[in-house]
Design a protein around this ligand. Structure first.
Ligand code: 0A1
Ligand code: ZN
Length: 883
């Protein structure tokens, strides 16, 4: 039946199910409402006639009743903005069909049918970057979570697994490379057109489908798996980018090897393709056999990528590869189980990075992300458990909670079981659920049985939101020592009362007499209060707790500054050492910002911090990578988290004041450290990376305390740089200090890299993030720069995410920063709702700010809420943030 000939308005079309009124607000989807789908789709055949402006898709679905589900004659095929060109059932006109909103409902009599659906759409008009879209002249898909329904009508849910066969055809000159999941089985030519057929033998949900067509070149290599399978690897990029793909290829091969060795997982196809695209909402996507990546996580060389970028490429390449087992071979039953694949895969990529580099430095980096992003999420209006109970728009739940806290929760299981038993648990999970759409509960059960853990109470970590707080004090009398622990889990939206959870804490007690501890122990703090006795200390010992950050909690310990300084200098656990340093500074800055310190108290606290930093700079037992971490001051976000109502201006003043004092006081040490580190030649080994890290740290302190010295040093570093880490580090410092060097460096950087999008993103970020007092004005001017566009998510983030993370600019007392972010959301929402909704988060902090800024921020949220036609994404985030 040719649908185009049937009337398309509601009143004329018999197939529109009683045209429901436009819903007032998007529906809430609840975890408890899950039911299996009534139909199976064992086979899916897709035929794409490709065009940038018009693509036609013919989908042929073999469907049969699902014996494991309640029978229903109605087959619901999800759609999103699709135009149906034709519909056939078993080759005939389809009698029983109707539209329900965007979905197509087909009523079927028998048990097995073949449904043929034709749709047509314009990929070049797809600015949401979900479904099939055009990017720089190529065509590319993004289907997770619900993008496949923008390509064809389909049961677009992760528990419907199907085997995909695909044919695509299009102009050879425009699309010389045609890629999809699985293996290429046939190709051919037809005049100016050519075609390719691909078959993926592994059944998969629609969110893992992918197609790419364009002018691409490949970096090719091979990997032989432990079972002897030779896999052809290819990383596809635009012509000029090929020489920047070696690090990605190397990371891929190391990931494949590591997953065999550490998790016993082997790759299962003959081809592994990666494609880099410059327009992408997220970091990358694990489509079976055809990963699609944001260029940011593929391209890296010394001239254009920082050490952080190199680490990012390695981590994301590994993450997507590891999904082949944790995500693809075993997928999620429904989107509430997202952390099943994401939390586990993040843990796997963290363990990989730890093994590739420095365990302690990786751990500190992971915790910094957790505290900088996830803790604020958990203490704000968007808090949710790692397995949420409801959502309106699933894209809003690709959060730090699901990813990073999800990883911490599984890491706790690993800490409790130990690596060997943990491996038994994961082996059982992979074996038992291979080929299935599983749940978090399935994972927990496999861990209980395989690793021998009792996780009954531990399941609370999946149900309860909020960061638990542990209060710890050491009570000592005569020769008995009691460690008194208290646990509380704060209320979060919809969860006023919480139960205590099992919190595994690695603990050591340092003896003052020897300066040593007598071994550490793992304490499982699973009650509201608990006391642990220690013998044999003549004096009260010094408590080192949550060593290695074994649990994602906040710790409030009753400990003297001098004892923190001792741990900062002597703790044998590098994470605990870092933590002691952070605590020492945090306490001081929080008290100072709250005007609780008189001049004398402030001076003595600064002295103590200065002494601790000087020790770290001079400690030859510490390598530079670790030294760089120990020298980082706690972020302003982290400091704001420590108080109920934050005054960002006061925190900023005190943090900058301390930095300036330290920069001036330790000027000689910082300049000497900078000059020592400047002699280390460029390479990617740990010592050279560490040297670059301490160089930036030195400049950061000096910029605050001795700006003239810093300006000259940074300008010299900028001019002499043979790598992006040094160049960007110097530029960042110069961007915050007025002077001709600032102007010259920014101009030089732009001219040098004009046309290289990823580097020009850095140029935008450096200015948006700078300490320069006019940063707001700079951001406004940059929004009018010819290179700025709302169409490219990387560019939008490079300007506005950087700005929202720049406390002194974003929190300007006038409320201008809040207004700018609200304006952006309103402008971006109709173009790319998924990315627009991400900018609501910084505005959600209003309840935790001093009254003046709180009111200004709330006003902006209310302004957004009043706009007509908000996307589901932004609507959900704004209402939750106001709620
Ligand atoms: N599964 C991917 C993340 C991802 C999610 C949604 C996307 O849609 C725009 C894209 C990517 C991962 O964890 O890497
Ligand atoms: Zn992932």
């Amino acid at each position: 039946m040719d649908i185009a000939r049937t009337p398309s308005t509601a009143d004329g079309n018999p197939h529109l199910a009683d045209a429901p009124p436009e819903p007032q607000e998007p529906a809430i989807i609840r975890r408890e409402d899950y039911t299996p789908f009534a139909w199976l789709v064992p086979e899916t055949h897709l035929d794409f006639e490709l065009g940038l402006e018009s693509t036609r898709v013919t989908a042929t679905l073999k469907v049969e009743r699902n014996p494991a589900a309640e029978a229903s004659p109605v087959l619901r095929l999800n759609g999103d903005g699709l135009k149906l060109e034709s519909l056939h059932c078993d080759g005939e006109d389809c009698a029983g069909w109707a539209m329900d909103g965007d979905d197509l409902l087909v009523t079927l009599e028998g048990d097995a049918h073949t449904i043929t659906i034709v749709t047509r759409f314009d990929p070049s008009a797809n600015s949401q970057l979900m479904g099939l879209f055009a990017s720089n002249g190529m065509l590319c898909t993004q289907c997770e979570a619900e993008g496949f329904r923008r390509i064809t009508f389909f049961p677009d849910r992760p528990d419907v697994l199907s085997t995909y066969t695909l044919r695509m055809s299009g102009p050879k000159a425009q699309f010389p490379v045609l890629l999809s999941n699985g293996n290429e089985v046939a190709t051919g030519e037809d005049g100016d057109n050519h075609w390719a057929e691909w078959h993926d033998p592994w059944p998969k949900p629609s969110y893992l489908f992918a197609l790419v067509a364009g002018q691409l070149v490949a970096n090719r290599d091979t990997f032989t798996t432990m079972g002897g399978r030779r896999v052809d690897l290819a990383i596809w990029v635009r012509e000029g980018d090929l020489e920047r793909t070696d690090h990605a290829m190397d990371s891929l091969k190391r990931s494949m090897k590591w997953d065999e060795e550490v998790f016993g997982r082997e790759y299962d196809l003959d081809i592994y393709n990666i494609v880099a695209v410059s327009d992408f909402n997220m970091g990358a996507m694990e489509n079976k056999g055809l990963n699609v990546f944001n260029t940011k996580y593929v391209l890296a060389d010394a001239d254009t990528a920082t050490d952080g970028d190199f680490d990012g490429v390695e981590g994301v390449i590994a993450h997507e590869y590891f999904h082949n087992w944790s995500g693809n071979r075993i997928t999620c039953r429904d989107w509430f189980q997202l952390s099943l694949k994401e939390g586990f895969t993040v843990l796997r990529d963290q363990l990989f990075s730890q093994d590739m580099g420095s365990e302690a430095v990786c751990r500190i980096g992971d915790v910094r992300v957790l505290r900088g992003v996830q803790f604020p999420e958990d203490s704000g209006p968007l808090a949710h458990p790692i397995r949420p109970d409801s959502y309106r728009e699933i894209s809003n739940f690709y959060t730090s909670t699901v990813y990073n806290k999800g990883a911490e929760v599984i890491r706790m299981m690993r800490s409790m079981a130990g690596p060997e038993r943990f491996r038994k648990g994961t082996d059982l999970y992979f074996e038992r659920h291979d080929g299935e759409a599983a749940t978090c509960e399935d994972f927990i059960r496999a861990m209980e049985e395989g690793a021998g853990l009792d996780l009954e109470q531990f399941r609370l970590w999946y149900r309860q939101a909020g960061t638990p707080k542990i209060e710890a004090s050491v009570l000592h009398s005569d020769k008995t020592t009691l460690l008194a622990l208290k646990q509380s889990v704060p209320p979060t939206p919809g969860q006023p009362d919480k139960k205590p959870m099992p919190v595994p804490l690695r603990i050591a007690m340092f003896d003052r007499a020897t300066g040593q501890h007598r071994g550490e122990q793992l304490v499982i703090m699973d009650e509201a209060q608990k006391g642990i006795n220690f013998d044999g200390f003549a004096e009260p010992p010094i408590l080192s707790i949550n060593r290695g950050f074994t649990a994602p909690v906040t710790i409030e310990r009753d400990i003297a500054d001098a004892d923190l300084a001792f741990l900062a200098a002597h703790d044998d656990d590098p994470f605990a050492r870092y933590e002691a340093m952070q605590d020492l500074v945090t306490r001081h800055l929080v008290a100072a910002a709250d005007n609780r310190l008189d001049d004398a108290a402030k001076a003595s606290a600064r002295e103590a911090i200065g002494q601790a930093l000087a020790n770290i700079i001079g400690d030859e037992a510490v390598d530079d990578l670790m030294r760089g971490e120990l020298l980082v001051l706690p972020s302003q976000t982290y400091l704001a988290e420590q108080v109920l109502l934050a005054d960002p201006a006061a925190i900023h003043r005190e943090r900058e004041g301390l930095k300036a004092w330290l920069g001036a006081e330790l000027e000689d040490l910082f300049t000497a450290m900078h000059s020592r580190a400047s002699k280390v030649p460029y390479s990617l080994d740990a010592a050279a990376k560490g040297a670059r890290k301490v160089k930036v740290q030195a400049l950061v302190y000096l910029a605050a305390g001795a700006p003239d010295v810093a300006r000259a040093m940074a300008w010299e570093q900028y001019r002499g740089a043979d790598n992006m880490t040094d160049r960007q580090g110097a530029l960042m410092v110069l961007a915050g200090i007025d002077g001709i060097e600032r102007t010259n460096a920014l101009l030089d950087f732009y001219n040098r890299y004009e046309g290289n999008d990823l580097v020009i993103d850095k140029w935008f970020s450096v200015q948006a993030q700078s300490l320069h007092p006019n940063a707001i004005e700079h951001v406004k001017a940059l929004a009018d720069h010819p290179d700025f566009t709302l169409k490219n998510p990387n560019r939008v983030r490079s300007l506005y995410m950087a700005f929202a993370a720049n406390p002194h600019a974003f929190h300007a007392a006038s409320g201008e920063g809040y207004r700018m972010i609200a304006d952006l959301i309103l402008q971006l929402d109709p173009i790319n709702p998924q990315t627009a909704a991400r900018f609501v988060t910084p505005l959600g902090r209003w309840r935790r700010l001093e009254p003046g800024r709180s009111a200004l921020m709330r006003e902006q949220l209310e302004r957004i809420a009043k706009a007509d036609k908000l996307s589901r994404d932004t609507y959900e985030q704004v209402t939750r943030s106001l709620g």
